[in-house]
Design a protein around this ligand. Structure first.
Ligand code: PBG
Length: 326
């Protein structure tokens, strides 16, 4: 049946009808807010390239968690800025590491009201800023698996609810699953950064987390932005190795990957709307070149529409505020 019998504009006329036939919606339940924790007390170092975000010491981090919970966001993703770094990232595995301490403090204050996702990677903890142990000028895959597994266990022991490896080493999900299971954490899920691209969109984050590589780049472990079939192989392998949730990162330039992942694998998909995506919207908004709130909601909606179940975004709190107004 076509025009004039069919007129799609009929269902667009009235806002109530428009909402009734809306195919996609955003809920606070879908959102995870990334936070950066640093040593000290009463420390709030604003991250200039990510307006509204700061490196926070644990006391202020707890206040921020309270604010996040108050608007209805129930999950945070933690990144640490450690006191000191080393060659291999051993500081990330310490019982009294910065993220471990933050997790215990959050759990003590909020219990299970707030879900803690712990990022697992070495780049914030190595002197050279790469995601693992360097041998002959490149990250050695199998040596790095050892620190990643130890870091994961230590974060689980501190009370992390979900372990989220973002390093892109081969075989890390298997190793992490093994060490968690052997130590009584068989119920701790793994959210794998499965299709993580070597992207320019991570720029602001590397200032935020002080994790920029001191030499070279991450192209020998993160994915080539040109590839989509390879992303499906990465995801398939992570699922085989035991990933409970798979992630695509970044989002806006990779929505085809989000879509394909959801269509191909019957598994929860997370999408990480990364720092550069956030900062571009903030910068254009601050200049009044775009309607920031409208674009924020449109972008997040598009990520859901593409097939993401979970969205990690620095806008999480602001999105919740908009949803609460409606
Ligand atoms: C650590 C990590 C990065 C991000 C999340 N985990 C940086 C990187 O790979 O360089 C990026 C997050 C963002 O840009 O918001 N490996």
């Amino acid at each position: 049946m076509s025009f004039p019998v069919t007129r799609l504009r009929r269902l667009r006329k009235n806002p109530i009808l428009r909402n009734m036939i809306s195919e996609t919606s955003i809920s606070v339940d879908d959102l995870i807010m990334p936070l950066f924790v640093c040593p000290g007390t009463n420390v709030n170092n604003p991250i200039l390239s990510m307006p509204g975000n700061s490196q926070l010491s644990i006391d202020l981090l707890l206040d921020e968690c309270a604010k996040i919970l108050a608007v209805g966001v129930k999950s945070v993703l933690l990144f640490g800025i450690p006191e000191s770094k080393d060659e291999d990232g051993h500081v990330a595995c310490e019982h009294n590491g910065i993220v471990q301490k933050a997790i215990r403090a959050i759990k003590e204050r909020f219990g299970n009201d707030l879900l803690i996702v712990a990022d697992v990677c070495n780049c914030e903890y190595t002197t050279h800023g790469h995601c693992g142990t360097i041998v002959d000028g490149d990250v050695d895959n199998d040596l790095t698996l050892v620190t990643l597994a130890n870091q994961s266990l230590s974060l689980a022991q501190a009370g992390a609810d979900v372990i989220a490896p973002s390093d892109m080493m081969d075989g890390r999900i298997k190793k992490i699953r093994e060490i968690l299971d052997e130590n009584g954490f068989s119920q701790t899920p793994i959210m794998a950064y499965s299709a993580k691209y070597a992207s320019g969109f991570y720029g602001p984050f590397r200032d935020a987390a002080d994790s920029a590589p001191k030499f070279g780049d991450r192209r020998s472990y993160q994915m080539n932005p040109a590839n989509s079939d390879e992303a499906m192989r990465e995801i398939a392998l992570d699922i085989e190795e035991g990933a409970d949730i798979v992630m695509v990162k970044p989002t806006m330039s990779y929505l085809d990957i989000v879509y394909r992942a959801k269509q191909t694998f019957n598994i929860p998909v997370a999408a990480y709307s990364v720092s550069g995506e956030f900062s571009m919207i903030k910068a254009a908004g601050a200049n009044d070149w775009i309607d920031e709130e409208r674009i924020m909601m449109e972008v997040i909606l598009s990520i859901k529409r593409a097939g993401a179940d979970i969205i990690i975004t620095y806008f999480a709190k602001e999105i919740a505020e908009v949803l609460n107004r409606k």
